[in-house]
Design a protein around this ligand. Structure first.
Ligand code: NAD
Ligand code: UGA
Length: 457
């Protein structure tokens, strides 16, 4: 039976790959094609082994691959053959000129829009899947629909809310799917086409349609709210450390208020990941552009507190270890920005390790998935960092353990064995409050958690 629609994703990364795999899995009547300029990534997808670790992804991929899901480097052909184009490319922070370090760098976005116009050959719906500054759809329309253009492109915003590590569950059973379009006849038709795709597996009550600008802003605002909660609880954790209040007790007491809720109140060494900081800075830049300086300052503090949290973690380590870590072996347990991913983008472990290395510590990194990322992130310290698959080998002979990722398996390590193989006094700095601090203390460790009383001998 011929396919009823040809769907394309430009971008086969953490969003494009899983999103299209789940879409193909649920819409057998559609042909789903994913293109990328990264030939290695495309080869990995085509081999049936995703290019990154994401629980459940391989099974979904293998069900749909070469049935109604294809991957290719031929971007032009992909554009030509598609009815609907999801643009899922990366939108990094600008590193040069005006807005450097804050604004989104939209040069790749613009290049993609021009490529779509060049190869389209007929009318198409273009969907913003990437996270973008509000009003990007207007710039996109300026490029795609120039005066006198023969082909019409309808632009729809459909931001993605998946979190890494739970991407498949988030895509299969999303809290909501947001689809924003222009309030014109053709705009509404385009929105309806995207609604119809998601309605194959998403409860219609969870499909929310809005105007295009609300959709673009909602994505930035949702990430800002989530990150804000983490900076809020981290700031309270600092008060706990000064006052002997316990952050777990305080977070529980706050989160049981049904108006507040318990999620995103886990204090930590700081949030990481490719998007929270990027998206907040992007929103801050936008606020300043519109003259909303107090609003910009408010949201910027979420990022400032996060940097402070990472710096403070390292300062506490150094102070506890007699004000020097020179030549001291420190085992870093976990380098990924969160558990269940090998992704290290903007991981707090990068900043923590860099600072420790600058203080001339000997850093040994272990992580079940993220050692390749760690090697790349710490490449400038080549020769000063060791990478170990086995956490026991990493810990042997070290003065301290720093728990930087909440991998559940770190709870089950034999800490008696680890303690015996370490230099004394042996320290644990638990940046995720993952471990049982009282048990560790009883074994002989000096234990420092986040927002917790220190347990020292
Ligand atoms: P990514 O870097 O993993 O993937 C982007 C892919 O786009 C890369 O493989 C890159 O080679 C490809 N690409 C770039 N320019 C291209 C072009 N001109 N033609 C073809 N391919 C091109 O990024 P990601 O994590 O998937 O994020 C993509 C977007 O989604 C970002 O805007 C991000 O903010 C947003 N987002 C990410 C997540 C997440 O969990 N990672 C969640 C929600 C939203
Ligand atoms: C986040 C959002 O949760 C997604 O909805 C969004 O789509 C995505 O960003 C994006 O736009 O990229 P993600 O970054 O994959 O997803 O992971 P999260 O689970 O949100 O964690 C982000 C960081 O916050 C991690 O470093 C995590 O360890 C930390 N975190 C999370 C805390 O420190 N405390 C918490 O209570 C929760």
């Amino acid at each position: 039976m011929p396919f009823t629609k040809n769907i394309l994703s430009i971008g086969a990364g953490y969003v494009g790959g899983p999103t299209m795999a789940v879409m193909a899995d649920n819409c057998r009547q559609c042909a789903v094609n994913v293109v990328d300029i990264d030939a290695d990534r495309i080869a990995a997808w085509n081999s049936g082994e995703p290019p990154f670790y994401e629980p459940g992804l391989k099974e979904v991929l293998q069900r749909a691959l070469n049935r109604n899901l294809t991957f290719s480097t031929d971007v032009a052909a992909g554009i030509r053959d598609a009815d609907i184009i999801f643009v899922s490319i990366n939108t990094p922070t600008k590193t040069f000129g005006d807005g450097a370090g804050m604004a989104a760098d939209l040069q790749y976005w613009e290049a993609t829009a021009r490529q779509i116009r060049e190869h389209a050959g007929g009318d198409k719906i273009v969907v913003e899947k990437s996270t973008l500054p509000v009003r990007t759809a207007a710039s996109m329309a300026g490029i795609l629909n120039p005066k006198g253009g023969q082909i019409r492109f309808e632009i729809v915003s459909n931001p993605e809310f998946l979190a890494e590590g739970t991407a498949i569950r988030d895509l299969q059973r999303p809290d909501r799917v947001l689809i924003g379009g222009h309030q014109t006849g053709s705009g509404r038709n385009a929105v309806q086409e995207i609604v119809d795709i998601y309605a194959n597996w998403v409860d219609p009550e969870r499909i929310l349609t809005t105007n295009v600008w609300s959709s673009e802003l909602t994505k930035l605002a949702a990430n800002a709210f989530l990150a804000q909660r983490i900076s809020s609880i981290n700031s309270i954790a600092n008060i706990c450390e000064a006052t002997e209040a316990d952050i777990d007790e305080v977070a529980k007491g706050i989160g049981m208020d049904s108006r507040i809720g318990p999620d995103y109140l886990r204090c930590s060494v700081g949030f990481g990941g490719s998007c929270f900081e990027k998206d907040i800075l992007n929103m801050v830049y936008m606020c300043r552009y519109y003259g909303l300086d107090d609003v910009a300052d408010f949201w910027h503090k979420v990022v400032t507190i996060n940097s402070y949290q990472k710096d403070r973690f390292v300062r506490r380590m150094i102070t506890a270890m007699f004000s020097s870590v020179v030549n001291k072996r420190i085992a870093v347990l976990g380098f990924a920005f969160k558990a269940d991913t090998g992704d290290t983008r903007a991981s707090p472990a990068i900043d923590v390790c860099r600072q420790l290395l600058e203080e001339r510590a000997v850093v040994v990194v272990t992580d079940p998935q993220a050692l390749p990322g760690a090697r790349a992130d710490l490449a400038s310290f080549d020769g000063c960092v060791e990478y170990e698959e086995d956490p026991y080998t990493a810990a042997a002979g070290s003065h301290a353990l720093a728990i930087l990722t909440d991998w559940p398996e770190y709870r089950d390590l034999d800490y008696k064995r680890i303690y015996e193989a370490m230099e004394k006094p042996a320290f644990v700095f638990d940046g995720r409050n993952l471990l049982d601090h009282r048990t560790l203390h009883a074994l002989g460790f000096n234990v420092y958690g986040i927002g917790k009383a220190t347990l020292i001998h």
